[in-house]
Design a protein around this ligand. Structure first.
Ligand code: ADP
Ligand code: ADP
Length: 239
């Protein structure tokens, strides 16, 4: 069973079609990069997978379990909010903007989700946080507040925070697009390390070279559809 399955996903904003029947699988340990022009539906796709947006049609499965909105005949059945919240907890999401809690330290930002949301013992969550912060080169900043860090450091904290709950899949929505150019590489390096460690991920990016290097598979979207998918070597032809 793939970790994530998307079938016939459709999403409109008013008259604007954002997703026009998307099919996608992400297998365990696989890194799938989603690329394509602005407005092609990449962000909408990951937001729908994370159940931040209601969908209009189709079905999504996490480890074979139906997510969020279920198709019954021609109608969609919406799962109870509690069930959706439980499903969302099994995914880690990283946004363009870092979405950290400004009044919590770096360490607290990483310790809080497992403790408060999953009921993980604090000692265990703290050990995990220290380990994640160390691998991301953030140990020296653990006691600081987000505003004391650079954008690249904050985004690395956000990645550590999302990883803290040991998600089944990591979802990234253009994680470097809000960063100054000189800070992009330090964030990509962390994502690359997670990929090398076998983290399952669905990654929206406009960093083509990065997608080519790191992805097992690239999904090219245009106008709300997957127009091509394959290993990077097939999708990118060398100049
Ligand atoms: P991408 O991530 O590839 O740039 P998006 O998923 O952000 O594309 O957008 C897909 C389409 O949906 C675009 O036409 C965009 O204008 C539209 N769209 C996205 N979000 C909204 C929204 N909240 N309200 C209205 N239209 C939206
Ligand atoms: P709070 O006091 O808000 O409950 P937590 O107990 O959630 O803070 O903090 C999470 C972990 O981080 C705990 O192990 C705590 O001891 C540690 N910690 C919190 N703030 C700091 C800090 N400024 N410097 C070092 N360790 C901290």
């Amino acid at each position: 069973t793939p970790v994530l399955t998307v079938r016939g996903l459709r999403k409109r904003y008013g008259d604007q079609v954002a997703l026009d029947g998307v099919d996608l699988d992400v297998d365990a340990g696989e890194v799938v990069a989603v690329i394509g022009p602005s407005g092609s539906g990449k962000s909408t796709l990951v937001r729908c997978v994370h159940q931040l947006e209601p969908i209009d049609d189709g079905a999504m499965y996490l480890d074979g379990e139906l997510l969020g909105h279920r198709r019954t005949g021609a109608r969609l059945r919406v799962l109870p909010e509690k069930a959706v919240a439980a499903q969302r907890r099994r995914m880690g999401m990283v946004f363009q903007q870092f979405n950290l809690f400004g009044h919590r330290t770096v360490r607290q930002n990483v310790v809080d989700p497992p403790v408060l949301v999953h009921g993980t013992p604090r000692a265990e969550a703290t050990a995990r946080a220290e380990e994640l912060l160390a691998t991301m080169g953030l140990s020296d900043h653990a006691g600081k507040y987000p505003r004391q860090l650079s954008g690249g450091q904050q985004q690395r904290v956000a990645i550590a925070r999302a990883m803290a709950t040991r998600p089944r899949i990591m979802l990234f929505d253009e994680p470097t697009s809000a960063l100054d150019p000189e800070l992009v590489d330090e964030v990509l390096r962390v994502v690359r390390d997670l990929a090398a460690a076998g983290t399952t991920m669905l990654l929206v990016t406009h960093e083509m070279a990065f997608a080519r290097d790191v992805a097992d598979r690239v999904v090219f979207m245009a106008a709300g559809r997957v127009v091509e998918t394959g290993p990077p070597a097939e999708l990118f032809t060398d100049p």
